[in-house]
Design a protein around this ligand. Structure first.
Ligand SMILES: NC(=O)C1=CN([C@@H]2O[C@H](COP(=O)(O)OP(=O)(O)OC[C@H]3O[C@@H](n4cnc5c(N)ncnc54)[C@H](OP(=O)(O)O)[C@@H]3O)[C@@H](O)[C@H]2O)C=CC1
Ligand SMILES: Cc1cn([C@H]2C[C@H](O)[C@@H](COP(=O)(O)OP(=O)(O)O[C@H]3O[C@@H](C)C(=O)[C@@H](O)[C@H]3O)O2)c(=O)[nH]c1=O
Length: 295
């Protein structure tokens, strides 16, 4: 299998580079042609979709895995054109090129396509209604891919973290080292999901073959709030001797932590479809956090 992996510098892209390597011949791209270890790779800029055809002609992939995205949720509110270019128009062009070449596109989307008014875990076909530019641009990306005619798999995930990159886990550990007390919202519920899990499941799916095109939910099991996640981070990090002491983590309401973008109050994703279709057992979010820190 010839794989073209886009975004080898991101949290998920970095883990995919590891997990997809055994599946075949892999070409990795980053925005600047440099991998996290300093090595060279192909250049691919999501802001320049007109350059994609040349890369696909050179690599001739069977599968394109797109781990790039404009993921700065608050900044997206101030630069919607860039968010839509990277998250909607670029994926649309990728899907168009994949359809023409008979290649499969694997793409990632987000729980922020929902408005958070749900009362139970969201299923794949539940009504979408993003609250902000990031979610709206990701939803547009999903829709372009689904309309393209390309064989595809869109994996919606949520609250992604890793021991590298920009994410809530690293923000908490950094702030916890600087302050005695952190104030964290306790009225937004979701499913923290480590990048390694997304990458491992993607590899498992590709190894066995994609069963059907469409959207599937991929998150760790269970649910918590950002406050619950923060407390668990400090408990696990302390237990493993990664930090000497924990700050006090004070639960607050969303309106006490104003941000540029609105975020869904509830964005837990139902994963039954994916687990049954691919015979998977997804770990609980808390166990997945412990595994991440143990690594
Ligand atoms: N992070 C999260 O909490 C969640 C993420 N997702 C989705 O999962 C996928 C992976 O996200 P994640 O790994 O967390 O994101 P990261 O922000 O860690 O990585 C995104 C990658 O996209 C690259 N990128 C951004 N703009 C461009 C561009 N113009 N040209 C080329 N590359 C670009 C970045 O490159 P550079 O390093 O050069 O900036 C970076 O490597 C995305 O589709 C995201 O929407 C879904 C739910 C939650
Ligand atoms: C740093 C911090 C954040 N918060 C809140 C703000 C926000 O409501 C919540 C999460 O903050 P962040 O900005 O880290 O996370 P955010 O950028 O909203 O994370 C999202 O990223 C995109 C890419 C996704 O697709 C989503 O699934 C989700 O993971 O925690 C606090 O309450 N206290 C704090 O000290």
């Amino acid at each position: 299998m010839r794989i073209l992996l886009l975004g080898g510098n991101g949290q998920v892209g970095y883990e995919l580079h590891r997990s997809l390597a055994p599946l075949g011949e892999m070409t990795v791209t980053t925005r600047n042609g440099v991998l996290p270890d300093g090595g060279a790779c192909e250049v691919l800029d999501m802001y320049a979709p007109e350059t994609f055809a040349a890369v696909l002609d050179r690599v001739m992939p069977d599968v394109v895995v797109n781990a790039t995205a404009h993921t700065a949720v608050d900044r997206a509110e101030d630069e919607p054109e860039l968010a839509f270019l990277a998250n909607a128009e670029a994926p649309a062009e990728l899907a168009r090129l994949c359809a023409m070449r008979g290649a499969t596109l694997v793409h990632y989307s987000t729980d922020y396509v929902f408005d958070g008014s749900g009362v139970g875990p969201y299923r794949e076909d539940d009504r979408t209604a993003p609250l902000g530019v990031y979610g709206a641009s990701k939803l547009a990306g999903e829709q372009h891919i689904q309309a393209s005619g390309a064989s595809h798999l869109i994996l919606r995930t949520a609250w992604v973290y890793a021991t590298r990159g920009n994410n809530f886990l690293r923000t908490m550990l950094r702030l916890g080292g600087e302050r005695d007390e952190l104030r964290v919202v306790a009225d937004q519920r979701g499913g923290p999901t480590p990048a390694w899990l997304i990458a491992d499941v993607t590899a498992q799916i590709l190894a066995g073959g994609i069963r059907a095109s469409g959207v599937r939910h991929l998150v760790a099991e269970g649910e918590t709030t950002w406050h619950g996640f923060a407390e668990a981070i400090f408990e696990e990090a302390c237990a493993r001797g990664l930090i000497a002491r924990s700050p006090r983590v004070v639960p607050i309401r969303t309106d006490e932590y104003p941000t540029r973008a609105r975020r869904p109050a509830y964005s837990v994703l139902e994963t039954c479809l994916l687990q049954v279709e691919y015979n998977l057992v997804l770990p609980d979010w808390r166990a997945a956090l412990a595994t991440t820190l143990a690594r």
